[in-house]
Ligand binder design. Sequence first.
Ligand code: NAD
Ligand code: GDD
Length: 325
Amino acid sequence: MKSVLVCGAGGFIGGHLVRRLKQEGYWVRGVDLKMHEFAETEADDFVVGDLRDQSLVREVVDRKFDEIYQLAADMGGAGYIFTGENDADVMHNSATINLNVLDAAYKRNCKRIFYSSSACMYPAYNQEDPENPNCREDSAYPAAPDSEYGWEKLFSERLYLSYNRNHGMEARVARYHNIFGPQGTWDGGKEKAPAALCRKIAKAKSGDAIEIWGDGQQTRSFLYVDECLEGTIRLTRSDFEGPVNVGSEEMVTINQLAMMIADVAGKKIELNHIPGPLGVRGRNSENSLISEKLGWSPSQPLKTGLEKTYEWIERQVHSNARAVA
Ligand code: NAD
Ligand code: GDD
């Protein structure tokens, strides 16, 4: 049986990936600082441990895994990565994880390793026009990410690709664009806009106003987690090393996102714009390269993913409310 290691298996995308790999018949080891918050893990073996610890990483990478997926990172949405307060932790923690995991993989001869980079590595100067951001893969340089989180991702992309060149590794690098879905962080400060707005709308009554950071005219695209997994697995098993965008091309303003969720919820919602961490003014995936290299690109409408996500977050909000009462 083929074996796979998922780093960050207690997190949002890692948790979904473990389930998908089990459905495909793999033997799966997961590793994370914590067990998954929202679901029992389906991994055959789950190590609770810190990937910043080199000796722990060497114990976890104890065999020639057929595939390694490196998703562990110190990350969050705009409320976590754009305030500046977490910069040192984000850079130190994520870079240390990547240095440790990649080197241990190399030393155990695990050649095929996937790395989850982010659209946050793209230059801020190409994302000032909300109607027309440029996130083509070849627009990455001259580098000017707008967050330390983005700089760490760019550094680590280069780290993985240098192991390909110098050590014969077969690393595959994707640049994820805002992934959402059930069983992701939905409160506490690390949640991203889709989950935050689902939570606010689930708590609101019809006719209430919900708070939106900024004027809501900033644009983004959001990719449902199942399509993220599809792109991740296809890329990992392909001959193309990337980096390549894994994202949706359905760009919306944050105000439009809120209105779509209100529609899914069947509620009439007003928007109250307040100051908050904003990030770039516009961002959208550009999928020519993934279509050309993998013969596949995401196609699901945003609304379809929002229906599934809202339904799950609404349940969390109401079961939490019952637990508190
Ligand atoms: P997540 O925060 O849910 O999962 C990351 C997991 O890494 C967490 O469970 C966390 O506990 C674990 N982790 C952090 N530090 C660790 C350590 N020292 N040792 C062991 N485990 C550790 O995030 P996610 O949304 O599932 O994202 C997965 C990956 O994809 C991350 O690398 C993230 O930067 C990248 N990414 C995600 C998005 C997105 O929109 N979700 C967008 C771009 C890139
Ligand atoms: N999180 C959040 N919560 N964002 C809000 C809210 C709110 O209540 N209201 C408005 N926004 C706005 C933010 O100000 C930002 O302009 C936009 O919605 C998107 O915010 P996020 O979804 O939190 O993050 P992001 O798109 O700027 O960055 C995310 O995507 C990257 C990849 O594309 C982050 O998750 C990064 O970690 C990720 O790498």
